[in-house]
Design a protein around this ligand. Structure first.
Ligand SMILES: Nc1ncnc2c1ncn2[C@@H]1O[C@H](COP(=O)(O)OP(=O)(O)OP(=O)(O)O)[C@@H](O)[C@H]1O
Ligand SMILES: [Mg+2]
Length: 229
């Protein structure tokens, strides 16, 4: 096995079933992601980007196809293996945020890091770098959407994962803030040799990635176009 490969996915298939209606979302989706590599996934709304991330973090099983995380086939992974990977190795940044509402931002970071077994982390420095130092003692519902998104990023970095699955990590940020946050994202990836799969509509973020894949008609292909759409 090539141990630099974090994710290997071949011909993933996944549909949703609403009563009699079948919504075929992923149809032959394949990708590989290595340590130290950042890959952007772009595609129209409803094309299946969030669904793809949920297959890769084990929240949704593929209906067919092959999937290996950290060299282990999904067919051999139990629910508790997945839970352990999500606790310590895979950080998912969900599109709608994932902070615990009853904890302050600072406690959210400490909780996430503690769960991952990381006992030395500098939450204040992370918040400072992300430009939201003033939110440390606030609760998630006291933050703006963009502040919540950055607080969720701080939690993800604090757990020191090997793989980051990020669903529109700058989606709620204004242009200037996104410009400021993007380098932090890539610094964290390069410094720790993380792998990152970043779903984004932000051209600047996508173009900073090593590769851009487009999800269309259920499958992923290298994005080739002079123009970002
Ligand atoms: N739980 C569900 N039940 C039924 N259909 C679903 C479910 N979740 C998603 N879908 C449908 O599957 C398709 C893919 O959804 P998904 O959320 O993966 O798209 P997306 O590419 O992330 O879109 P966006 O850019 O708007 O976030 C959409 O047509 C959506 O309506
Ligand atoms: Mg989505």
């Amino acid at each position: 096995m090539n141990d630099s490969l974090l994710v290997e996915a071949r011909d993933l298939e996944r549909s949703y079933h609403n009563g009699r209606e079948q919504i075929r979302v992923l149809h032959g989706a394949s990708l590989e992601l290595r340590r130290g590599e950042a890959v952007a996934v772009i595609g129209p709304s409803g094309s299946g980007k969030s669904t793809l991330l949920n297959l890769l973090n084990g929240l949704l099983p593929p209906e067919s196809g092959e999937l290996r995380l950290f060299g282990r086939a999904h067919t051999e992974l139990t629910e508790s293996d997945w839970a352990e990977m999500r606790r310590t190795r895979i950080a998912t940044l969900f599109q709608d945020g994932n902070l615990i509402p009853t904890l302050t931002v600072s406690r959210n970071i400490a909780f996430r890091a503690g769960l991952a077994g990381v006992h030395r982390h500098d939450g204040d420095a992370l918040l400072e770098r992300l430009g939201i130092a003033e939110t440390a003692q606030r609760y998630p519902d006291q933050l703006s959407g963009g502040q919540r998104q950055r607080a969720a990023l701080a939690c993800a970095f604090a757990m020191q994962p090997e793989l980051i699955l990020a669903d529109e990590p700058t989606g709620s940020l204004d242009y200037a803030t996104a410009q400021r946050v993007a380098p932090l994202f890539f610094d964290a990836i390069r410094e720790r040799s993380l792998g990152a799969l970043i779903v984004t509509h932000n051209p600047e973020l996508a173009q900073r990635c090593d590769r851009i894949l487009e999800l269309r008609d259920g499958a992923l292909s290298p994005w080739v176009s002079a123009q970002f759409s």
